[in-house]
Design a binder for this molecule. Structure first.
Ligand SMILES: [Zn+2]
Length: 139
């Protein structure tokens, strides 16, 4: 699903996408100032060092906000309606947009803002086609 004409960006994000395809979630880490970075960048946004690697991310975070999309999906997501996306904050410095698994009732009514969410990848086909972080409610 590589469509970018920016090979530098593809190389930068490949370790992130590869981890998601394996069912793992990583974030970028600055070796100079020891802070975590999301999304992947060429330079640390805190100290501008370029000595960055990827580390396992905390698997539990807080749901800052979310929206359930029932109509009007972007092209390519029509068959996924309804679906939910939210901003997840992990301990430390990172926050990002994530897909949200439906709750036990098949909707998203059990999610609460500032509630705990845990990383749990989607099925292998979805993670291969669209490697993005998926979160759900704790078991
Ligand atoms: Zn840094």
């Amino acid at each position: 699903m590589t469509s970018s004409n920016d090979a530098g960006m593809d190389a930068l994000t490949e370790p992130y996408r590869d981890a998601l395809r394996r069912g793992e979630f990583v974030v970028q880490h600055c070796k100079a100032c020891d802070r975590q970075i999301m999304y992947p960048r060429h330079l640390c946004p805190f100290c501008y060092a370029d000595d960055l690697d990827f580390v396992a991310a905390p698997t539990s975070g807080i749901l800052h906000s979310f929206a359930v999309h029932r109509v009007g999906s972007p092209t390519g997501f029509e068959d996924q309606l309804p679906y939910a996306v939210g901003i997840v904050k992990l301990p430390g410095d990172v926050q990002f947009l994530a897909r949200l698994h439906p709750d036990a009732e098949g909707d998203w009514g059990q999610y609460t803002l500032d509630g705990e969410v845990v990383f749990r990848g989607a099925d292998a086909d979805e993670m291969t086609a669209r490697p993005v972080p998926w979160f759900g409610l704790p078991a």
